[in-house]
Ligand binder design. Structure first.
Ligand code: 1HN
Length: 376
């Protein structure tokens, strides 16, 4: 927080403008002895004129992160580590302190060899995963076994038992985990438990949930789902990609985000989980997006293509499976560098929290205004 920044607006009536006197200093000392302080000494700092992020835009190149994941595979076993995850720490003190990728979001890269398992457990934090490479990966969520392929997006809603693995005849798998761990810890509401066996036994036919709910139809005979998250559980890349292409064939691209769609709960049309949302966007060939900013934090994973994003006036070049983040209320714009190929950006966010609390807000760049405004 920019406590000492001089802002002419702080001279306005309604802001704190008290000059210290010896009598006030003595009063402040007295307040301090009673677990109190004069609010006017703190008010301007804790009420910024607009959101102030403690996080920095950060880019993780997949080629670098991948080789670090391969080293982790050689150095530690998942049954010793609990989860063999390389955590992505935002390039800021807050990121290191809160184990956050950006804002109140956690992200990491999980690497598994054929035949390995991540032991079963559950927690208050919600998780979701974006599969980056490999073959033979699966997850089991509350007894539902789900196979996972490249660029699939899969849910682990809060409180669900989950374990994962790669079948013995598969290949090394790497995926991105996203969790609301920092938010749950900020809310002091995080519980954790381990399952009484290393892995769950599948209690349903493999992929029963996506095969039942993943086609945009709901079986008339199905009992009420009754859970506050999407019954689809996994969103396959082929369908996601086709959905974007179908949508693009009948619509003009949004000037900021190209063609963008959320992974929806088919029963409500809303986000798939309560605290974190995810989207896929397609930037048409040669797309040059305009800048905008919004409350809420976003983590991107490049599903396909290459280009760059300007975040806070800083250019970040990206290619397949690079990861980058846009902190709350920071200007950003996306460019697809390929003249004849679309780019696809997967992203996850904390928008469901922002929307539930009524604090989602966005702004577009007025021509000739500076991009730098509002950047950390
Ligand atoms: C978790 O449960 C998983 O289940 C991965 O694979 C990463 C990071 C923080 C907290 C819980 C998993 C996690 C995590």
């Amino acid at each position: 927080m920019t406590e000492h920044a001089v802002d002419p607006r702080d001279k306005l009536l309604g802001r704190s403008n008290v000059s210290a006197t010896p009598a006030l200093q003595a009063f402040y000392a007295e307040l301090g002895r009673h677990n109190a302080d004069a609010f006017w000494n703190r008010a301007n700092a804790i009420e910024p004129w607009e959101p102030v992020t403690r996080y920095a835009p950060t880019l993780w190149k997949y080629q670098t992160m991948r080789s670090l994941c391969m080293q982790a595979i050689d150095l530690v076993r998942p049954e010793d580590a609990g989860r063999r995850v390389v955590a992505l720490l935002n390039d800021s003190q807050a990121g290191r302190d809160n184990t956050a990728v950006v804002g109140w979001l956690f992200s990491g890269l999980q690497a598994m060899k054929p035949g390995e398992i991540t032991p079963a457990h559950r927690h208050t934090a919600s998780a979701h995963r974006f599969i980056m490479e490999g073959a033979g990966a699966y997850t089991v969520v509350d007894g539902h076994r789900i196979s996972l392929g490249r660029n699939d997006y899969v849910l682990t809603p809060n409180g669900c038992w989950h374990d994962h693995g790669v079948s013995p005849d598969g290949q090394i798998c790497v995926w991105q985990d996203g969790l609301d761990i920092p938010l749950m810890n900020a809310l002091e509401t995080n519980f954790y438990a381990v399952y009484d066996q290393p892995a769950q036994t599948a209690a349903y036919p493999e992929n029963d949930l996506p095969l039942t709910f993943g086609g945009g139809m709901v079986p008339s005979s199905a009992p009420a789902w009754g859970k506050p998250y999407s019954p689809t559980m996994v969103y396959r890349w082929e369908r996601t990609r086709a959905a974007l292409q179908d949508f693009a064939s009948v619509s003009v691209p949004d000037p900021f985000d190209g063609h963008i769609m959320r992974y929806a709960n088919p029963l409500t049309g809303g986000w798939a989980m309560q605290t974190m949302g995810a989207q896929m966007q397609m930037l048409p060939a040669g797309f040059r997006g305009r800048a905008h900013r919004h409350t809420g934090n976003v983590v991107y994973n490049v599903a396909e293509g290459q280009g760059y994003s300007i975040i806070c006036g800083q250019r970040f070049d990206w290619q397949e499976h690079d990861i980058f983040c846009v902190p709350a209320w920071q200007w950003h714009e996306h460019v697809n560098l390929e003249p004849d190929r679309e780019a696809f950006l997967f992203s996850f966010n904390d928008f469901p929290v922002m929307e539930a609390l009524g604090v989602m807000r966005s702004e577009t760049l007025v021509e000739n205004d500076s991009h730098q405004d509002g950047c950390a």
